[in-house]
Design a protein around this ligand. Sequence first.
Ligand code: ATR
Length: 276
Amino acid sequence: MTLTDRYAVFGHPIKHSKSPRIHKIFAGQTGQSLEYSAQDVPAGQFPAAAAAFFAEGGKGLNCTVPLKELAWAYADVKTERARAAKAVNTLALRADGSILGDNTDGVGLVTDLTVNHGIALAGSQILILGAGGASRGIIGPILEQAAASIVIANRTVEKTVNLAAEFSLKGPVTGCGFDALKNRRFDLIINATSSSLSGCMPPLPEGLLAENGVCYDLAYGNEPTVFVRWGLEKHALKSLDGLGMLVEQAAEAFFIWRGVRPKTQPVIELLNAERL
Ligand code: ATR
């Protein structure tokens, strides 16, 4: 008897995750036979739950809030981008039984910006708001696109300085507080704080967004986030949320597991249509 390959997303909370839906569509589209479920796993239960999943024949996991650092620690082998991100959102069982940890968030963001929205990052002045795990995951992949510079701004300034120092060998990154942004202009402003989720905006000075600048919120929701609305008020060329990034990071995980690249555009269109 051949068992269907099993995958899952672990997180807490996980009820509203779109990942099972996205991966089922990818599987249908590419003719891959697999199961993908969502499992509510609080942080304290993660190592045991992951071990049980793989012991019972599971082939791969996605890990979301608050498990990405724990998944990083769980992986036997890590890709370079996962090592730099210090967070893992994709675990894959390898032929020798070991578990590979990867981070597809950064590449998901870059693909959404550059391929889906035609926004060139090369030569751009980029501002990242926030200095937590979400920021850490995207800095390396953005620098690889030859951005002119990245400024990381955060409420707790010390964190930006440490984060900038970690990536300084990869490209021009500096850190500062929000008040030091006065008189600066950016082509792309990315919100990687968790403040959007609670409906708050970081205190940003006027005139921050360059003409034809773009805003991107890593968070997404059925309604435009407070940061997406801020971008629209500032006449951004585009003010986007993270739905496209969600689908692109999933496609990259699917590729790692199955060796096939699904088409993302129809899935993004479908999910976009559903929230209208
Ligand atoms: P994640 O893994 O999602 O990045 P995190 O590591 O807890 O989560 O980081 C959350 C980020 O959002 C931090 O940069 C945090 O700022 P501090 O480092 O100063 O705590 C930022 N953040 C959260 N709420 C915020 C708010 N109301 N205003 C500004 N920044 C906020």
